[in-house]
Design a binder for this molecule. Structure first.
Ligand code: 1QQ
Length: 380
């Protein structure tokens, strides 16, 4: 039986297609698209750049997009389609850690390498051997925002912490935030929970106001997070607000409008990162979008680039079209972890579990010009 199955498996082995298909499973619909939209832009820019520079040894790459929306089932379906129908060599995605914990095991079982472009919760690389991430763990990124808040207002003593309890990333981030607050000598006066699907935060905001705090630290996603910021200000909260990675997009501007002003958010990317790879990315992004690239675009770009750089190494050993697909997927996974990459995030590599090793982190503060337009201003 086992021998028969093994024979079938080897007989049915697929060859690698050209152009080389790389799967991209990001949120193109749902509220999570507020975050996913910037990732799609970043991935497409990478594809354009790579193919304009000769692809992989003369063979172009082709990104195959499957909408992973904002829930677990959509991410699972997207992964399955990419793996079994589109025969991709690897996958960049999904958008949320909450989805990664559900969908990455599908890729792990199929032995298809995954690069998480924005999966920052604790435990992502440990999902399996085929799972790595180009998004630095939130435990490393988030504390920078609390330190920066203390720098802006050294008199901060008491914080209120809020988080979305139905989202794995938010649960992970609030843990990092609460530890960072204590490390800075800030006491956590109240911890309020909500759901990413909530729209009315009166209960939580009332508790924050009653606690009389001088800092609010908020972990949620873009729509809920933006609404929370707005309702905090409308109901009279005047102190500093630190927002987490789920608010890290100008797509929250239409949600919290002028009330977005002043929100402090830690960054795993800066347009000012001096590497040649980044300056080229910034130039190409600016030419097309007339503004600086945001973190989620840079990380998705880095994901596609890392996969392509690793494929180039393998292509030099044997042209990709001559590999069996299963064999290439396994070799690609090893090569991703072995390489060193010059990306818009700076120079990066991975530890043996697939955790990103990245050097530079930043903090930005939202500055609104009016109700609609604003920018992320990087703080020193
Ligand atoms: C995660 C995140 C999200 C907020 C990124 C879109 O960091 O789910 O891990």
């Amino acid at each position: 039986m086992t021998i028969a199955l093994a024979l079938i498996a080897s007989v049915s082995a697929e060859k690698v297609q050209t152009p080389v298909p790389i799967g991209v499973a990001l949120a193109q619909t749902s509220n999570t698209a507020l975050l996913g939209q910037e990732q799609v832009i970043g991935a497409r820019l990478a594809e354009k750049h790579i193919n304009a520079h000769g692809g992989i040894g003369g063979t172009p790459i082709k990104l195959v997009f499957q909408d992973a929306a904002g829930d677990e089932n959509s991410a699972i379906n997207a992964f399955q389609n990419l793996i079994t129908k589109s025969n991709v060599v690897g996958i960049v995605g999904p958008t949320l850690s909450q989805q990664a914990f559900a969908a990455d095991p599908i890729a792990e079982r199929a032995r298809v390498p995954v690069l998480g472009p924005s999966n920052t919760a604790k435990g992502i690389p440990q999902i399996g051997d085929y799972v790595a991430r180009v998004s630095a763990p939130i435990a490393v990124v988030a504390p920078n925002a609390v330190r920066q808040a203390m720098k802006l207002d050294p008199k901060i003593k008491k914080a209120a912490v809020l988080y979305a309890q139905n989202d794995a990333f938010s649960v992970s981030e609030t843990e990092a935030f609460q530890k960072a607050a204590k490390d800075q000598g800030i006491s956590v006066a109240t911890v309020q929970k909500f759901q990413t699907t909530d729209t009315d935060f009166t209960t939580q905001v009332t508790a924050v106001l009653n606690a009389d705090v001088d800092l609010v630290i908020l972990s949620g996603l873009a729509a809920d997070g933006g609404n929370l910021v707005k309702q905090l200000r409308q109901l009279g909260y005047k102190g500093l607000i630190v927002g987490g990675n789920g608010l890290n997009t100008s797509n929250i501007f239409p949600v919290c409008q002028k009330y977005c002003d002043g929100v402090i958010i830690a960054q795993a990317y800066s347009p000012a990162q001096p590497s040649a790879a980044n300056q080229l990315f910034v130039k190409e992004y600016r030419a097309q979008y007339k503004k600086d690239p945001p973190q989620f675009a840079a990380q998705a770009y880095a994901g596609v680039q890392v996969m392509t750089d690793a494929l180039r190494v393998l292509d030099r050993k044997k042209k990709l079209a001559q590999w069996d697909l299963d064999e290439l997927r396994a070799a690609l996974n090893k090569q991703i972890l072995a390489g060193k990459y010059n990306t818009p995030l700076g120079e990066l590599r991975f530890d043996k579990e697939g955790e990103i090793l990245q050097k530079d982190f930043y903090v930005a503060q939202i500055r609104m010009k009016d109700a609609k337009t604003g920018t992320f201003v990087f703080l020193k």
